[in-house]
Structures are given as structure tokens and as C-alpha cells.
Design a protein around this ligand. Structure first.
Ligand code: GLN
Length: 311
């Protein structure tokens, strides 16, 4: 296997693309629907790459923590998948939704089975599965996330989860609607509290890229090669990130960037090149689909210049 750090000077490409994108006018908007996220400094811009052969390189605000929001949906899916295996797909689908992340519209036609785990409805069902499977979901989920990259600095933000809960009418609607079809087993308010907690996880770009390396490494931790997911499960998570990671902009991300990835309304994006690297980008202003404007632009230019996409 040819590893990128030996084969090319990707650091120079990152520097050049960072400079270019940093100078662009940012056409995005902050995710002000969560009041706390409206207070974030919109000028922040960080990027960090981690390779399978353990080269790390970051630029800009890559050591500033931010709210990873929906990126956490990948981690909760991984934990639930590792616990209940293929039965998980009885509770939700694996198809792109073609709708926004908080859309209600398909749920009635699909009888309360969310299209995929990366839209809010799907992640709410995953939260329900974890509440049923774990004794202390909040503590055990955090312990799971910390253990992947041996990083005890990762934590929830109580401020962000409280802020999101204060305006969570739409998520409450989704959760109650799914419950009416029997696909939520626990009390909706417990499910939503846990969902807000997991969305409130904070990390910086370095922590995020290091954490996700297991999905570039066939589901095994990079530090000691212990398995978090089987090879097949890891492949499937990457496939879902490729097809569903950016809501109704997933096709566009595949087309322009060509990597499995996941975004969050905090302005973060993680992208994965299986067997090679992970790259995390953070710029808080979002495009109209809820994905980081500069983050998307950076990754498009990076994979174009480096030719390091999977296609
Ligand atoms: N917590 C956010 C919400 O439920 C997550 C959305 C996102 O990051 N796309 O609205």
C-alpha cells in the first residue's frame, strides 16, 4: 500500500489551499437556530490531517474546540452497530434522504423508519437504541468516544445541549412522530436529552481527525490495532458517509470531493480516505444546506490538487 506521506508533499498542498480558501469571501451563515452557536467567532478556520502512518499536520484554528454536532451521529451509529449488529437495519434505512437534516416529510410515508442514521430522525432512533442497550448512556458513550483515540480531553458541552433543548421543537416532533409508529421504545424526553448530549460533543480539528482514523483503518484503533468495528461494518459506515453524510448535498460532496465524510452545523467536516488518511476542517458559517461553506470549498480544492480522492 502506498501511503500518502511517503508519496507526495501533501503539506504544501494543504498550505496552498488553506491560503486560497482563507481569502475567499465567506458566503455562509452561522447556525443561529441553536442560540449558543450564534455566539461562535465566524472567522475561525482550521484544518488538520492525520495519516494512517501517523503523520499529523494542521493549520489555522486547528486547536480550537468547536461543537461537532451531527458528526457525532457517526460515532453513536458505530457504538450501536457494534452492540446490536445487523439488527440495527430493522430500525432504520441506508438510503440517502434527499431532504434536509431535520425534515419530517418522509417519515409518514416510511412509517416511522428513518431513511438513514445521519439525518436527525435516524440519529434519534440510534439514541433510543443506545438508551435501551446501555446502563448509563451518557457516560458510556463518552467513554467509548474517548477510548477510540485515548483522549480524555473530549467532553460534552452542557451549555450547547441546554441551548439546543431550549429550541428543540422540531426534534421533539420527529421523536414523538417516530414513537407513534412504535420505533422509539423509551421515553421521548430521555431520548432527546441523550441526542442533545451527543450533538454537544466538542473537539478541535486535530482531535477529530485522530479520532476518525479507525474508519480509515478497517475499524481498528490506530494506536494498538484493537477492533472497534469489523472490517465489513467499517466499510458500511464509510459507504453511508459517502451516500448520506451531507443530507441533500451528499451527491454534490461525492461529486466535488470524492471522499466519505460527515458534516455538522457547528461548521465541522470530517472526511476519510480509507487506508490513507482523515482530514477535519472547521469554519462555522454554513451554506444553505447546512454544511460549512469554506469547509466544502477547502476539501474540493484539496482533493482536486492532491488527487487524493477515492475515485
Ligand atoms: N443538533 C443538531 C440538530 O438536531 C444537529 C444538526 C446537524 O448538525 N446537522 O438540529
Amino acid at each position: 500500500m502506498q501511503l500518502i506521506s511517503r508519496s507526495m508533499n501533501f503539506k504544501e498542498i494543504i498550505k496552498e489551499v488553506y491560503r486560497n480558501v482563507d481569502q475567499l469571501e465567506d458566503k455562509g451563515q452561522l447556525a443561529s437556530f441553536i442560540p449558543e452557536l450564534a455566539n461562535v467567532d465566524s472567522e475561525k478556520f482550521g484544518v488538520h490531517i492525520s495519516t494512517i502512518d501517523q503523520i499529523n499536520f494542521g493549520l489555522g484554528n486547528c486547536y480550537d474546540k468547536f461543537s461537532i454536532q451531527s458528526i457525532a451521529k457517526v460515532l453513536s451509529l458505530c457504538l450501536a452497530y457494534s452492540i446490536i449488529g445487523e439488527d440495527i437495519w430493522k430500525r432504520l434505512g441506508v438510503e440517502p434522504s434527499g431532504t434536509g437534516f431535520n425534515s419530517l416529510v418522509q417519515l409518514e410515508a416510511d412509517q416511522g423508519i428513518p431513511r438513514n442514521p445521519f439525518i436527525n430522525s435516524g440519529a434519534i432512533v440510534i439514541s433510543d437504541i443506545l438508551i435501551s442497550s446501555l446502563t448509563n448512556p451518557k457516560e458510556e458513550f463518552l467513554a467509548f468516544v474517548r477510548s477510540i483515540s485515548n483522549n480524555s480531553e473530549i467532553n460534552y458541552s452542557d451549555k450547547i445541549s441546554a441551548s439546543e433543548k431550549s429550541i428543540g421543537y422540531r426534534n421533539a416532533a420527529l421523536c414523538n412522530f417516530i414513537k407513534s409508529y412504535g420505533n422509539i421504545k423509551n421515553n421521548p424526553s430521555d431520548v432527546l436529552d441523550f441526542y442533545y448530549d451527543l450533538c454537544s460533543l466538542e473537539m478541535n480539528c486535530k482531535e477529530l481527525s485522530e479520532l476518525f482514523l479507525f474508519l480509515a483503518n478497517n475499524g481498528c484503533k490506530i494506536l494498538d490495532n484493537t477492533s472497534i468495528l469489523s472490517k465489513s461494518q467499517s466499510k458500511r459506515i464509510n459507504a453511508l458517509m459517502q451516500t448520506c453524510g451531507f443530507y441533500d448535498e451528499s451527491g454534490e460532496f461525492a461529486f466535488k470531493v470524492g471522499l466519505p465524510g460527515k458534516s455538522g452545523v457547528g461548521g465541522g467536516i470530517i472526511a476519510i480516505h480509507p487506508n490513507k488518511y482523515t482530514i477535519a476542517v472547521w469554519s462555522p458559517k454554513l451554506n444553505e444546506k447546512g454544511n460549512s461553506y469554506k469547509g466544502m470549498t477547502f476539501l474540493e480544492e484539496f482533493t482536486t490538487k492532491s488527487q487524493l480522492s477515492i475515485f
